[in-house]
Design a protein around this ligand. Sequence first.
Ligand SMILES: *Cc1c(COP(=O)(O)O)cnc(C)c1O
Length: 360
Amino acid sequence: MARVYNFSAGPAVLPEEVLKEAAEEMMDYQGSGMSVMEVSHRSKVYDDIIKTAEKDLRELMNIPDNYRVLFLQGGASQQFAMIPMNLMKNKVADYIVTGQWAKKAWQEAQKYGTANKIASSEDKTFSYIPDCSDLPISEDADYVYICENNTIYGTKFKELPNTKGKTLVADVSSCFLSEPVDVTKYGIIYGGVQKNIGPAGVVIVIIREDLITDTPLPGTPTMLTYKTHADAESLYNTPPAYGIYICGKVFKWLKKMGGLSEMKKRNEEKAKLLYDFLDQSKLFKGTVEPASRSLMNVPFVTGNEELDAKFVKEATAAGFVNLKGHRTVGGMRASIYNAMPKEGVEKLVEFMKKFEEENA
Ligand SMILES: *Cc1c(COP(=O)(O)O)cnc(C)c1O
């Protein structure tokens, strides 16, 4: 068995311990004589799995009682529509556009009402987070929307925007559970789990109860109404059962590791290794303004496309895979999510040093 260091932005690396446990339970989950893929989502066995997953997530994130946790499908992209459909009472929302995912969400919202772009960092290829301390928030905005960690560009909001009292909605797909958060500052926190939590196919939505309406925009499908899933405790229809089971295992793993403050510490250490190297390298350089740097996604370039391609090729051969940058940025990107061990980053930096010497 040869495992590689997988620096993919998503689907991404998962903790080996979790994968091994899942493998052990594959043929017979806790005496049921079946794998979790085969059990009924209405069974006692499955009820325990989904309830325990929610309980552990609530503990990890310290989620207050007036927030609901929903395990849904359709990926983060489906939320781009579901959010305006359920929240746009005044048909006005403000979007801070800091990358492609925020831009897609903003464009989707335009189908349902007035979606204002109140700030953007597109002028510099989304390489920074704009000052959001005093934005022209619309008086009748139903919410203010951000993508908190920009997976493609490697930027992160270090401070939440001043929404002037309006509800904050955040896509945290690529920084979910990477550090402690104050849930009470948000109306909705959501993310696809395939970046930092589990397998593709599950999206987790943490939503404040007063935002769960039984009067979404006319024509909103039953399946795209938060209330449907809140009332049915995420079991309105067959949920992505196996994916939720793996998420549950990752929550247990995070608790065992010491919770989110410990993850933050580890993630800061890992990111520092890489950024410190980039800052002194004569060959590689980071593409993001230092104040906006993400702990999870680290894009970098050599400035020479041929050399970038050579690096990616040699890195792959050495067992450091999926380092090719997003097609819109070029260069390289190392995603160093929770499950990437520190050793993986140390070895990558060693490899980069060697490459730099050989290609000086
Ligand atoms: C990957 C990603 C998405 C898209 O997720 P899907 O589950 O593929 O729809 C949206 N937002 C962010 C921040 C992402 O990283």
